[in-house]
Write a protein that binds this ligand. Structure first.
Ligand code: PLP
Length: 338
C-alpha cells in the first residue's frame, strides 16, 4: 500500500489528490543487539529504522510522494530541487512517475555516484552549481519562484508531512514511541518531521538526539559554516533550512544536537555493515556514531533507543571502496587453503 493510502487520515490530501507512489514507507525496524552491546546497553533496547529499503534508497521518498502528489494536484510547470544527491534521486523518480519535468541543482563534485546515476537514469535535467549545497538551494528557490516551478526540497511543507509517517511506523512497531531517537541532521527537515509525527501521536515522546558532522555542524556552533566538509555528503550542509525546527525538536524533547567526527562516522558505518548486516550510507551512520559517543562519555540513554539509518550504502560506492580488503588470487585447478 502507498504511504499516502496507509496514513491518509493524518495527511493533508483529499479524494481528488492524484497519488504519485512507488510503494514507499513500511521500512523495517531491526533489533540491533551487537550495537546495544557495543554501546553498553541492554539486549533488545536498540533498534535501527532502516530507510534504505525505500524505492530510491532513502527516506526522501516519504516526503516526495506527498510533494509530487500535491504539485500535480495544484498544477505546476515542473519540479525543481537543490540536492546533495538523495533529494535529486527521489524527485527524479517520482517526477518520472508523475510525468512532470524535473530539474536538479547539484553542487559540483560533491554528489555520491549512485545518486547521480539515479537522476541520470530517471531523466532529470541536471544543473551543476559551482558552489556548495547552500548556494545551490538559494539559487534553486529563487529560480523556481520566478519561473513557476514547485520546489521539492524540505522547504516544501508537504515533504515534512510525508516524512512524519516514519515516526508513526516506529511507534506502531514498538507498541509505543521510543525513549530516545538518534539520527543525522543536515538541512534538518527530517528531525523536524519526526518530531511533528511523535507530537501528533500524543503520549510519551522520545528525546530527539540529532548529530551533525564535525566539519558541517552549524547547529552545534550556533552559526552558519561557509565551507562545510565531511565524508558524509548527504549532511554536508552549512546553513540548514529547517534550523528552527531542529532546535525546537531538541528543546521541546529535552534532547541534544551534537557532532561526530568523520572517523567516528566511518567506524559506525563499517560496524553496522559488518556486525549488524545493515549497509547504510555514511551520513546515515552519524546517529549511531552519536549514540556510541554519548554512551562512551557515560551519558548513555535509558530505555528504548531507535537509530534512524536514512539511506542505503549502495548509494555511495566510492566510500565503500575505501574498505576493500586485500584480495587473494586463484588459479582454477590448484589447491586453495581457506
Ligand atoms: C537528506 C539526508 C540526510 C539529512 O536529512 P535532513 O532532513 O536534511 O536533515 C541524512 N542522511 C541521508 C542519507 C539523506 O539523504
Amino acid at each position: 500500500m502507498s504511504l499516502i493510502e496507509r496514513w491518509r487520515r493524518r495527511l493533508p490530501v483529499t479524494r481528488r489528490t492524484p497519488v504519485v507512489s512507488l510503494g514507499e514507507g513500511d521500512t523495517p525496524l531491526i533489533r540491533a543487539d551487537r550495537l546495544a552491546q557495543a554501546a553498553g546497553l541492554e539486549p533488545g533496547s536498540v533498534f535501527l529504522k532502516f530507510e534504505g529499503t525505500n524505492p530510491t534508497g532513502s527516506f526522501k521518498d516519504r516526503g516526495m510522494t506527498m510533494a509530487m502528489s500535491k504539485a500535480l494536484e495544484q498544477g505546476c510547470r515542473g519540479v525543481l530541487c537543490a540536492s546533495t544527491g538523495n533529494t535529486a534521486a527521489s524527485a527524479s523518480a517520482y517526477a518520472a512517475k508523475a510525468g512532470l519535468r524535473c530539474v536538479v541543482f547539484l553542487p559540483r563534485g560533491a554528489v555520491a555516484l549512485g545518486k547521480l546515476m539515479q537522476a541520470v537514469m530517471h531523466g532529470a535535467e541536471i544543473v551543476e552549481v559551482a558552489g556548495n549545497f547552500d548556494a545551490a538551494l538559494k539559487t534553486a528557490l529563487r529560480i523556481a519562484d520566478e519561473q513557476g516551478f514547485t520546489v521539492v526540497n524540505s522547504s516544501n511543507p508537504f515533504r515534512i508531512e510525508g516524512q512524519k509517517t516514519a515516526a508513526f511506523e516506529v511507534a506502531e512497531a514498538l507498541g509505543r514511541s521510543p525513549d530516545f531517537q538518534f539520527m543525522p541532521v543536515g538541512n534538518a527537515g527530517n528531525i523536524t518531521a519526526y518530531w511533528k509525527g511523535y507530537k501528533e501521536l500524543g503520549g510519551r515522546r522520545p528525546r530527539m538526539m540529532g548529530f551533525q558532522a564535525a566539519g558541517a555542524a552549524p547547529l552545534v556552533l550556533g552559526r552558519p559554516v561557509p565551507a562545510p566538509r565531511t565524508v558524509a555528503t548527504a549532511i554536508r550542509i552549512g546553513d540548514p533550512y529547517s534550523r528552527a525546527g531542529a532546535l525546537a525538536a531538541r528543546d521541546e524533547s529535552g534532547g541534544l544536537i551534537g557532532s561526530v567526527t568523520d572517523a567516528q562516522i566511518l567506524a559506525s558505518y563499517r560496524f553496522l555493515a559488518r556486525e549488524e548486516g545493515v549497509f547504510c550510507e555514511p551520513a546515515s551512520a552519524a546517529g549511531v556514531a552519536g549514540l556510541l559517543k554519548v554512551c562512551r562519555a557515560g551519558r548513555g540513554p535509558r530505555g528504548t533507543v531507535v537509530c534512524v539509518l536514512t539511506g542505503h550504502g549502495l548509494k555511495d560506492p566510492g566510500t565503500a571502496a575505501r574498505f576493500s580488503p586485500r584480495r587473494r588470487a586463484f588459479a582454477p585447478g590448484r589447491r586453495f587453503e581457506l
